[in-house]
Design a protein around this ligand. Sequence first.
Ligand SMILES: [Fe+2]
Length: 307
Amino acid sequence: MSDTNPRLFDVDWATFKPWKVAPVRHRISDHPLLQLPPLIELSSRLAKHGRIRTHSNDAYAGTAFNHAPMLYPNQRSPEETLANIESAKAWMSLLNVQTDEIYRGLVDEVLDDLKLGIDRFDPGMTYRGGWIFVTSPNTVTPFHMDKEHNFIMQIKGNKRLLVWEKDDLEVLSEEARDLFHASHSRDLVTWREEARARAHVFELKPGMGAYMPSTAPHLVENGDNTSVTVSFTYYTDATRRDSRLHSMHQRLRGWGLSPSPVGARPFLDSLLDSLAVGTSHLQHLADRTRGREPLLDSVRYAHALVS
Ligand SMILES: [Fe+2]
């Protein structure tokens, strides 16, 4: 096997495209850190920093993703929930596991391996993150999108994953992405049942997974079993540029303009991106002058901003 092929994953690199959804196979289900006892210990460490997201199984596909924990609270502690996950009627995500000294090693082990394949198509991997989802039977991760590229892998139990392409503007509008990149608001992310017909549907079992590009909307539905799923995420040169452009387009919308979708007008995009890069350099300089270190997205690990 060549040293440019990941060992832990099977991806069809001949057809892989960084902005297209793709199936993945993996060999990490038996990893010692992904078994329930160490995950309970991890939940205890992360809870001290507020790095747990949880809600009950009352959340559904159309629940506003950002507000699900508040709308449908899970009253049990993380440790109690995980120890009784079969009956807890709960959805739980261990957030930003790269902030944990032990699990940072797992994030690097996985992403160093994937990077061997990814770098040829999509260089500049930064902002590495890890997310572990432990869920009771019949729970749902509501329809939403994230900023990072994402390799999502099934570790235990079965799950149905629905993913839509980033460029499917019928399912999620350009305006929704512009707003999301500019402010992290998912207020324009709205679910319609008709969207199911346009999804890539993955019936995930342990050893299976998928690649979801940045802002590819997705929805996850547990079967009648408990489930452990992991996501390993990152930015690249291309995702950082895409995010800058959506943010710039949102600014144009604020001035009453209606910009074409990102990518539709490459020359204008280049101009806007140069402006965005220049502006952010000036902003960082101003931050440092005031004694504040800017939060850069070009760092190796994701800042634990999401909770
Ligand atoms: Fe997600």
